[in-house]
Write a protein that binds this ligand. Structure first.
Ligand code: SF4
Ligand code: SF4
Ligand code: FES
Length: 573
């Protein structure tokens, strides 16, 4: 547990967590110390030196972003010497930089320039050191441009790509004044950059900016900002849409909130153009004489209700059905299922889970009483062991995968079960490639290894599993023939790898399972998941912090659609 300590900034006592970052704490408490290379999601760099403070007992001026607070620390955040040093440093930074600001992006450097009165060139000591024409803009990426003449070499983009997104695409080339950011071996568009835009969001100067709407957007003309949920995958990232002239001009990740803490993937950041597509249906159309014609809402609704009533009267209520959407809100889905059940008078209501995780949910409901995932997304970084099966998590749930990659860097063990290569292979401790349709045998083999090696949590089974040790012994008898060698024959996975994977899962203090379509969309889908659940229950890796099973969903409100009753077997609530 981290203790609270008292520190003093400009004489003001503050109760803060021991070890927290001094610059962060100061800003949170209203001390607006400047600083360009610090960002709360990144490790401190100490490059720009603008956040200098004085600390009693320390020599000279120190960069507050590199300091962890200690009890009774006495800090001077603002005095004449500090402010003129900051102004001097900022002046120097500006002399290296092309300050031809065009107001198409948020610019922390520009804000500081105004704050210190350096927008007036007569107040500057340093003359521009290098004309911006000496730099080459990299426009090779389809989604962003990099202008080295605006770059202050703060490292935020490099760390954003590496520490936040786990991609490590960027580095510096050259030295001193001539240094600049490179992606891969030099050309952004030919690098491994996948266009997530984290570097754009964290760049403090507009050196890296979005291409879409590049010349149309003006940050001072933004009419409103709309906080919403990304419409794509099941992560449900929080985004902020910038609206100008009634159009979405930009999508930023919302910092400091779950599940994404500002991160987005290329879909969430750039995939909004469909909203304004001319191909979207915005008015009702009625087919007359084989051709669709525009109609009023009254005409359309009257026609629809008449036809539905005719069908119901002629063939009965069960001749009608409703298909909901996991991309709609809980409110929309609630009303929809209610309409189907009351106005139609039928229980024929369903939605896309039928095509994806129905088999998973069937197994989970029966085995543990709930089809929802056990964990928060942050747990994907902090659990000791993650078993990923039938789930190309880096491509299908890119933001969840950023947590997985960060965990892998810190030593999390990853067991990957997938017949085909996915990008997660390079982060995995062990990769098992079973023949198609042999998952139950593989998992039975892993359970057998767990039992043979004494990795069973007997106390958990006795206390929490129906049937207790008697049920366990039945399972033990069932999996006994599945020796690693026998399972190798069935699955093609080497026995040594089966043993290694089972021990990694069984020996870890905390362990999670992320299961996907590759496991559920098989004729034995439900039994595959039963096998996973058996392994989880014998090791007691459920009902505890950073343990459990998670079926990452395909759309952003699958669980909500089920919860409000868009399912033939579930009523709302
Ligand atoms: S867009 Fe994403 S992947 Fe590409 S360089 Fe920036 S942070 Fe890295
Ligand atoms: S491109 Fe932006 S974030 Fe990257 S080093 Fe330059 S100024 Fe910093
Ligand atoms: S913000 Fe502290 S050195 Fe840049």
């Amino acid at each position: 547990m981290v203790n609270d300590v008292t520190i003093y900034i400009d004489g003001k006592p503050l109760l803060v967590k021991a070890g927290s970052n001094l610059l962060k704490v100061a800003r949170q408490n209203g001390f607006n110390i400047p600083g360009l290379c610090y960002h709360h999601k990144l490790t401190p760099t100490g490059a720009c030196r603008l956040c200098l403070v004085k600390i009693e007992g320390m020599r000279g001026l120190v960069a507050s972003c590199t300091i962890s607070v200690q009890a009774d620390m006495k800090v001077t955040a603002f005095d004449q010497e500090l402010e003129s040093t900051r102004k001097f440093l900022l002046d120097y930074l500006l002399s290296e930089q092309n300050d031809d600001f065009d107001f198409t992006y948020n610019d922390e450097l520009r804000d500081l320039m105004f704050r210190y009165g350096l927008d007036n060139h007569e107040n500057r000591f340093f003359k521009p050191l290098k004309p911006s024409s000496d730099f080459t803009i990299d426009e090779s990426s389809p989604v962003l441009t990099y202008d080295p003449s605006k770059c202050i070499k703060c490292f935020r983009c490099i760390k954003a790509c590496d520490e936040v997104q786990g991609k490590n695409v960027l580095s510096f080339n050259d030295r001193g004044m001539g240094s600049y950011i490179v992606a891969g071996v030099g050309v952004w568009g030919q690098s491994e950059c996948d266009g997530c835009g984290e570097c754009i969001q964290l760049c403090p100067t507009g050196a890296i900016v979005e291409k879409p709407n590049r010349n149309a957007i003006k940050v001072n003309n933004i009419e409103k900002k709309v906080r919403t949920t990304c419409p794509y995958c099941g992560v449900g990232c929080q985004i902020e849409l910038l609206i100008q002239d009634g159009k979405i001009m930009r999508s930023n990740g919302v910092e400091g909130v779950s599940p994404n803490d500002g991160r987005l993937c290329i879909k969430g950041r750039f995939g909004y153009e469909f909203v304004h597509s001319s191909e979207r249906l915005t008015k009702p159309l009625i087919k007359r004489n084989g051709k669709f014609e525009e109609a009023t809402w009254d005409e359309a609704l009257t026609l629809i209700s008449t036809k539905f009533n005719e069908l119901r009267d002629k063939y009965g209520a069960d001749s009608l059905a409703g298909y909901a959407s996991a991309k709609c809100t809980n409110e929309d889905n609630y009303i929809f299922q209610r309409f189907v059940r009351t106005a139609f008078g039928t229980n024929n209501i369903d939605y896309c889970t039928r095509l994806c995780h129905a088999s998973t949910v069937t197994a989970m409901l029966k085995s543990i009483g709930d089809g929802a995932g056990s964990n928060s997304i942050e747990d994907f970084e902090t659990t000791d062991c993650l078993l990923v099966t039938g789930n190309n998590i880096i491509e299908t749930h890119p933001i969840t995968a950023t947590y997985v990659k960060r965990g892998a860097v810190k030593g999390m063990k990853i067991i990957l079960i997938d017949p085909k290569w996915t990008p997660l292979v390079k982060y995995s401790t062990v990769w098992l490639q079973p023949k198609l349709g042999t998952d139950v045998a593989l998992l039975n083999g892993m359970i057998n290894v767990i039992i043979q090696n004494g990795l069973v949590d007997q106390s958990f089974i006795e206390r929490r599993v129906e049937g207790g040790m008697e049920a366990f012994e039945e399972l033990m008898r069932l999996v006994k023939p599945y020796t690693p060698e026998k399972v190798e024959e069935i699955t093609g996975v080497p026995a040594a790898k089966i043993e290694l994977a089972a021990k990694l899962y069984g020996e870890s203090a905390t362990a999670m399972i992320a299961t996907g379509m590759g496991l559920s969309q098989q004729v034995t889908g439900t039994h595959n998941v039963f096998s996973l659940l058996n392994m989880m229950l014998v090791t007691g890796h459920i009902g505890k912090d950073r343990c459990g099973i998670d079926p990452p969903r395909g759309q952003n409100n699958v669980q909500g659609a089920t919860d409000v009753g868009c399912h033939p077997t579930m009523y709302p609530g």
